[in-house]
Write a protein that binds this ligand. Structure first.
Ligand code: ADP
Ligand code: MG
Length: 321
């Protein structure tokens, strides 16, 4: 299949050349030389057209997102990203599409000094699988199962804009024209919080990246660490676009349940708060304390101190939507 050979050539044209890549694209396997005293973190994510991104998404955004969601997983462990492999299934050969897709992949690779070291190219319905690897000093990974009751809960960035963009596409909500570029940027070009993840190694007791929605992903930390949590809803970092488009109550619900944020959610013990804030002060990413872990086996929410019980009765406080 000559055309696919051609396409493969796109992937060899990359700027990043890492010293720890002994042999990159071109042979049966890549050969990598991990640094001493480091563990290798490995993660894989697949994006299927029409499932994980709308069918007509800009190919550059698809390339960006395929890399970003994997780097986001590495960030949530505190790993420094190093190597990628890419399994690409394409319905047809479209050079323009591939070239734009590569631009999206390589932009993030260059920013984070990550090298594409191999992959596979096949014909079929559009689907992208990336395996990303990264390095963590031994013993420094941030796992899900080490959070403790009393730890404070933080998130990076703002929540819900990507989900709002998706609701707009689905015709469920209407985003004003002046806001569209901003919310679609959150959906199509999520920013993996790579530097935050590494900066948290010495301070966070647990971390996860928000792909499925805050409540859903917090549940993973709570179950793994055998803790409960309370979220202060008035503290949730929600954009002015969300407030203006949805009003406070719907905006809060979407911030709790909407997916695709790719922000980090992490827990920090009281004694590490100042250290964490100092470590993050050199990184231009806002973090917000949204609540605290506790010894219960539930996730509860309060709004200005008043309990809002969504677990058993739905969001009954938010009765007018
Ligand atoms: P093989 O048949 O030995 O698996 P391929 O013809 O599939 O070899 O691939 C040849 C080389 O090109 C390998 O090094 C492979 O890793 C690389 N490669 C193929 N497709 C991609 C891709 N989509 N992205 C990056 N590297 C790729
Ligand atoms: Mg192959």
């Amino acid at each position: 299949m000559k055309e696919f050979d051609l396409i493969r050539n796109y992937f060899t044209e990359q700027a990043v050349k890492r010293k720890d890549v002994i042999l990159g694209i071109g042979d049966d396997c890549a050969l990598l030389a991990p640094a001493e005293q480091q563990h290798i973190a490995v993660t894989t994510d697949t994006l299927v057209s029409g499932v994980h991104f709308p069918v007509n998404t800009d190919p550059k955004a698809i390339g960006h997102k395929a890399v970003a969601v994997n780097l986001s997983d590495l960030a949530a462990m505190g790993a420094e990203p190093t190597w990628l492999s890419l399994a690409l299934t394409l319905p047809e050969v479209d050079q323009n599409w591939v070239s734009e897709f590569c631009a999206g992949v390589f932009e993030l690779c260059e920013f984070y000094n990550v090298q594409l070291v191999g992959g596979d190219t096949t014909q079929g319905p559009l689907s992208i699988t990336i395996t990303a690897q990264g390095l963590i000093p031994i013993g420094k990974s941030i796992n899900r199962n080490s959070a403790k009751a009393g730890d404070w809960l933080y998130v990076t960035g703002e929540l819900g804009d990507a989900a709002l963009a998706l609701l707009h596409l689905q015709g469920v909500e209407k985003v004003d024209d002046v806001f569209k570029a901003d919310v679609f940027k959150q959906l199509d070009y999520p920013k993996p919080r790579v530097l935050v993840g590494q900066a948290l190694r010495n301070y966070a007791t647990s971390a996860i990246d928000l792909s499925d929605g805050l409540i859903s992903d917090l549940t993973h930390i709570c179950e793994a660490s055998k803790v409960g949590a309370n979220i202060n809803l008035e503290s949730l970092p929600i954009s002015s676009i969300m407030h203006e488009t949805l009003g406070q109550e719907k905006a809060i619900k979407l911030a709790l349940t909407g997916g695709d944020d790719y922000e980090l959610l992490f827990s920090v013990p009281e004694d590490n708060k100042v250290g964490m804030e100092t470590a993050l002060s050199n990184i231009n990413v806002p973090v917000t304390c949204i609540g605290q872990l506790n010894g219960s086996d539930k996730i509860t929410t309060t709004l200005n101190g008043e309990p809002v019980n969504f677990e058993h009765k739905g969001f009954e406080h938010f009765s007018n939507d």
